[in-house]
Design a protein around this ligand. Structure first.
Ligand SMILES: [Zn+2]
Length: 284
């Protein structure tokens, strides 16, 4: 079988090509095989979140959203692994959710694809909110980094801000080990490149120093907008989110990314989309 193909499907359904008017979609049931890179969604599951900022597991087949607190949002929590010719990259590290065996769901997901923690070579962090950074260290031992051989790429100003704002959204205990490890690259600028094929840019939209990433290899681009572009519908519909630091800026950036991504065939990764982890927008 040729390596150069993409599998597309609907969550819970068979993996096969499905084409909608607006987009092609791909799901957690499938690894997405690009010509060179692979995208592996690492969902920890679906959750509701309300004003208390607590993430409560939600079973889409059995639970009723109306029974959750008024204003609850339904979100997936979904880090990603990307295999390139040079690296195994993890994009954000999730909530640190433990599965029924008491194992970190993130690690169980990776292992089921044959990836051990020591195999990961880079961890790219969009920001340090608890649903993205609680898997930086082991849930049962916060003195151990989760991916011991990886280089962690973290925005320096985000770390400073997170430590100053420890509490509801940031849980410093989960990630402060980063200030004390050798394998850390502090990103200090508003934009830059990593190893000539990964680009980052601070947006200051969802949080003051939130950053987004593009990974480009063999003329293919994967775009990780994290919480500036967390769900497909926010790309399709204009939307100012109350939970963003600068919701208008996030909305304007999504418009730019949608147009550029459509024209250039980006693979969008959606961290909080319960249905569509990765999407390629169509130009028609
Ligand atoms: Zn988030």
């Amino acid at each position: 079988m040729s390596r150069c193909f993409a599998l597309h499907g609907i969550k819970g359904g068979a993996c096969h090509n499905i084409q909608h008017d607006f987009f092609l979609n791909v799901t957690p049931c499938c690894i997405v095989y690009l010509c060179g890179m692979q995208i592996i969604p690492l969902s920890e599951g679906s959750f509701t979140i309300d004003g208390s900022k607590k993430f409560i597991p939600f079973n889409i087949d059995a639970d009723n959203l109306q029974e959750r607190a008024t204003g609850s949002l339904l979100v997936e929590v979904q880090p990603f692994a990307v295999k390139t010719s040079k690296d195994i990259i993890v994009l954000d590290t999730g909530l640190g959710f433990l599965n029924d065996d008491g194992k970190m769901q993130l690690l169980a997901n990776l292992e089921s694809e044959g990836i051990m923690p020591g195999d990961v070579t880079k961890v790219l962090m969009s920001h340090l909110h608890k649903d993205h950074a609680s898997g930086v260290t082991l849930v049962n031992d916060r003195d151990q980094i989760t991916f011991p051989n990886a280089t962690y790429y973290v925005q320096e100003r985000e770390m400073e801000y997170a430590l100053e704002n420890d509490g509801k959204s940031y849980i410093a205990e989960d990630f402060k080990l980063l200030t004390n490890i050798k394998n850390i690259v502090w990103l200090k600028f508003d934009s830059g490149t990593i190893d000539d094929y990964i680009r980052y840019e601070i947006t200051g939209a969802h949080s003051p120093f939130h950053q987004v990433f593009w990974i480009t290899e063999n003329n293919e681009t994967i775009f990780f907008g994290a919480d500036d572009a967390p769900q497909l519908h926010q790309l399709k519909h204009k939307f100012v989110a109350k939970y963003d630091y600068d919701g208008r800026k996030a909305m304007e950036l999504r418009k730019i990314w949608k147009e550029k991504g459509e024209a250039e065939g980006w693979n969008f990764l959606f961290y909080h989309d319960v249905k569509y982890p990765t999407v390629v927008l169509r130009t028609s």
